[in-house]
Design a protein around this ligand. Sequence first.
Ligand code: HEM
Length: 493
Amino acid sequence: MFTLIALALFVAFIAFYRSGYRSNKLPSGPGGLPFVGNIFDLTTHESWRRAVQWGKEHGDMIYIRISGTRFIFLNSPNAVNDLLHARSSIYSDRPYLQMACGLCGMGDLVPLTRYGGRLRYERRLMQNALGPSAVEKWKRIVMKESYMLLQDLSASPEAYLSHIKRMAASLIFATVYGYTIKSGDDPYVQSAEEFMEVSSYAITAGWIVDFLPFLRWIPYTNFRRTAITWRAKLHDWIERPHMMFKGLPDSAMKRTSFCGNLLMSEGESSAFSDAPLEEHVKWIATSMYGALVLNPKVQLKAQEEIDNAVGKSRLPCFEDRPRLPYVECVLKEVLRWGTPVPLTPPHRLTKRDEYRGYTFPEGTNFIANMWAILHDETMYPDPEKFSPERFEHSLDPLSHKASHDPMDYAFGFGRRRCPGIHFANQSIWFVMVSILACFDVKPAIDENGMEIMPPLIFAGGAFRHPKAFRCRITLRAEVEQDLILTSLTACSA
Ligand code: HEM
């Protein structure tokens, strides 16, 4: 065993030496440990902040390596646009991860799929089902789920986090499968949540076997045991919801769902020959459990805007959107300040490339640091401050100031850009405007009647979200309780 490890380390060293690091054609970066390189830097908590610190010394492109694997953090919009966007035909592959793809068997998940025929085909399917006009058909579901959330919030505001989680899961199941979730402890929801947690951990935890692939063959390792457990559950996570979809009675909801749209309509057949259409849909559907990040921040100014544009006799609807410019700024600021996905998964380079005097060998992995871009003080002064006003100038057609719209950055880049962007935009806007219209969200009060400002702690790995905090959610004085119920009933009819 010892000889095997020594031999493998020697091979890794040669690979690293030949990786171009010493030929001085790669950007600079923090030095690492012998052999394992920067493994502890990459797996650190909030590694995007660390990459910003490195950027102060090394510029907007930072090179790190783990064993023979090269990574370059891209901290600026220029670098990201020039490479991941403008040259996306060669910057859109993903690395093969031994843990997630090899040991756990999750390699067919869309975010992990290698660049090629299969990915292009699946992205076309998603474009058809999730494009701007396609998501129109889900507006009614978004409305119904949002009104149910308002009902839940008025009944038990203290449980706001579980209400939001239930709503997000329900929205995804209704739109992906046409399935209505009965309660928060629905077994399909639990299974989906478990899969989200496991898959994001399998992908982003920086497993040693991802960097030293020969370890895969060593028995009795912890990661092997973990992978065996997860692999055994794959059937539950992927096949079961798909079988559930097939067993649902035919209905309008089933037909307009993502799976129904692809599997029940005429004309679409698998143009990609290695698997039947159904096989693609199963994996894509599972890839869509992505979180709908809801980060409502109630502002008097936004509520005034809603009251003026919508009145108090009804709740806001999608058609009100153009008349609510300030709410639009709040949405942009939520995406910027909260940065739900701080780093893209690695974009692997498929062909040697040159840029700014550097030479990047094939196989180099590029990670766009969205957190760095969305907190860059030259673009967003005082970046830690939540201030929707910073986007107000972008509403003025005569303004010449650059708008730096967070929508251009928060969803990734090039041919791997998030396919769910239109659905996320539509549903987050609607939930946000509905909550703003109905509720005041204020800090909790202590025993002396003083407001307790909640500590702002973010959690999560690949997806960043605020940890639960105490707050008071109360129905606004102007809002009639009946209004929510009437809107829900009208929408469910
Ligand atoms: C606020 C909500 C969301 C944010 C901020 C977000 C952000 C992202 C980002 C940054 C990426 C990586 C892009 C890259 O590599 O350059 C991504 C990929 C992806 N997203 Fe989203 N997303 C959101 C919601 C959604 C929704 C609602 C869906 C499904 C309906 C979805 C489905 C996907 C899929 C399938 C991929 C993988 C694409 C690929 O690798 O080709 N996302 N998302």
